[in-house]
Design a protein around this ligand. Structure first.
Ligand code: SF4
Ligand code: SF4
Length: 105
């Protein structure tokens, strides 16, 4: 059985139809995970309790945290999308279920 395609791909007829910015500098894709992911994690900061489970469990070390603030609270978490491979471990481990895996375009 033929696999079902999500997108109807139309081969570009000429150079002008190739999307601008669809390429990276040489070596970028092997040095980072850019272009590899199908799903990307998104953190709901309103629900996040800064327990850092996602930070500890991420196999790529792609989750970064800012330094503690003046009141001793952990800073906001950010995900470095150049290194996130979209595995979903962070979303699975989050005790508050505030990380959603969103399909990339
Ligand atoms: S999806 Fe995987 S690689 Fe990306 S931040 Fe979460 S645990 Fe890390
Ligand atoms: S595991 Fe969930 S609640 Fe804990 S810091 Fe990460 S996003 Fe926030």
């Amino acid at each position: 059985m033929k696999p079902k395609r999500d997108v109807n791909f139309k081969a570009p007829a000429n150079q002008n139809e190739i999307p601008f910015g669809a390429a990276f500098p040489a070596g970028h894709l092997t040095a980072t995970n850019a272009g590899y992911r199908t799903f990307a994690p998104q953190i709901d900061y309103d629900k996040c309790i800064r327990c850092l489970f996602c930070f500890v469990y991420c196999p790529e070390g792609a989750i970064c945290k800012d330094d503690v603030d003046a009141k001793g609270r952990e800073g906001k978490l950010t995900i470095d999308m150049d290194y996130c491979k979209g595995c979903g471990v962070c979303a699975h481990e989050c005790p508050k279920k505030c990380i959603s895996m969103v399909k990339e375009g």
